[in-house]
Design a protein around this ligand. Structure first.
Ligand code: DP6
Length: 345
């Protein structure tokens, strides 16, 4: 019997992946860029045991058994890892042995907090460890076939998923832009607006967008390529102001496309929109963009902020959206400038 346990963190996209050109191989219509969180934060933990005596492959997610043999994405990941093990000549354990997979997320599953990214990255990484395969760009093509965004969680720091051009998907890989050490004071604060499962999952939502949105192709062809380059330059220069503007614009454009989808995918709610206004007011008051919001396929806000600005931000959030009152000051229309937020550094 062999067993491995691995942990993989969530990544939060700055330039969003939205839309596939091949549903089976999970090939995207545009590049995307994200930041991977640390492994002691939001993450998935997976234990895989392989044994000669196991009768069938099985999987449990957060303690509940989920179908294995019926799940084409899981099967594809397993088959692809087997293929890589054969290519690498690795004979660590026999490929015929069945496996049992136990995976836990330490945060709400499917609430728009990138749970599938961490989950599939962890599954593929654990399989690679089990069968003795190195972690490299090729392995990201396997994670991509579990869930597109998962390929970016195999690396830390800022990561770009290249859409690639080949029909085989061999060049649709994730690559690290810079490690987390490059911008160590970059932080992410997540405001959990709602931790329930989202109405329209990302897979279905983006499928509908590709079929019905008239804006999505323009975004993929004209907007994203330039934005990716600008964002990478901002990261290399530690230019937070530009980084923030691109991130917020891309989040807004992704949700505009979600709304341009028919029927529309409504992921943000009233509180999400209040947070957007709050961030713009805060940045205006501070004289430059000190916070960047981004929203995935759900109402929860992810706020990028440099470490030195966290106290100011937390102070302002607590003033604007106090937890202990029926309704927040900001929602009651009390402007930020009246909340004395500049007194905190
Ligand atoms: C809005 O990776 O969950 O989070 O490939 O169908 O599994 P599938 O979709 P998924 O989509 C993530 C979409 C997003 C944006 C992003 O992370 O880039």
């Amino acid at each position: 019997m062999f067993s491995v346990t691995c942990v993989a963190p969530v990544n939060i996209a700055l330039i969003k992946y939205w839309g596939k050109r091949n549903e089976d191989l999970i090939l995207p219509i545009n590049d995307s860029v994200s930041m991977t969180l640390r492994t002691d934060e939001l993450c998935a933990e997976t234990t895989i045991t392989a044994s000669e005596s196991f009768y069938s492959n099985k999987m449990w997610l957060n303690g509940e058994e989920v179908p294995f043999e019926e799940n084409t994405r899981i099967l594809r990941c397993l088959n692809e890892v087997h293929r890589l093990a054969i290519c690498a000549g690795s004979q660590k354990i026999p490929l015929s042995w069945k496996i049992h997979v136990k995976s836990f997320n330490n945060f709400p599953t499917a609430a728009g907090l990138a749970s599938s990214a961490a989950g599939y990255a962890c599954l593929v990484y654990s399989l690679a460890c089990l069968y003795g395969i190195p972690v490299n760009d090729q392995l990201t093509t396997v994670a991509r076939q579990g869930s597109g965004s998962a390929c970016r969680s195999l690396y830390g720091g800022f990561v770009q998923w290249h859409r690639g051009n080949l029909d085989s998907g061999c060049d649709s890989v994730a690559k690290q832009v810079v490690s987390s050490k490059f911008w160590p004071n970059m932080h992410l604060i997540i405001l959990v607006v709602n931790d329930q499962r989202k109405n329209t999952g990302s897979t279905l939502g983006m499928q509908r967008s590709v079929q019905t949105s008239q804006l999505i192709q323009h975004r993929a062809d004209k907007v994203v390529p330039e934005r990716v380059n600008q964002l990478k330059t901002a990261i290399h220069k530690h230019d937070f102001d530009t980084f923030a503007k691109i991130t917020m614009k891309d989040s807004n454009q992704f949700h505009a496309i979600a709304m341009d989808t028919y029927p529309p995918c409504v992921y943000m709610n009233e509180t999400s929109h209040s947070i957007v206004s709050f961030v713009h007011d805060f940045n205006e008051l501070m004289g430059s963009s000190l916070i960047a919001y981004t929203f995935d396929a759900g109402p929860n806000a992810c706020l990028y902020v440099l470490e030195e600005n966290i106290p100011k931000l937390i102070y302002a959030i607590n003033k604007a959206f106090p937890n202990d009152e029926e309704s927040a000051d900001y929602l009651r229309g009390i402007p930020l400038s009246n909340l004395d937020i500049q007194s905190k550094t």
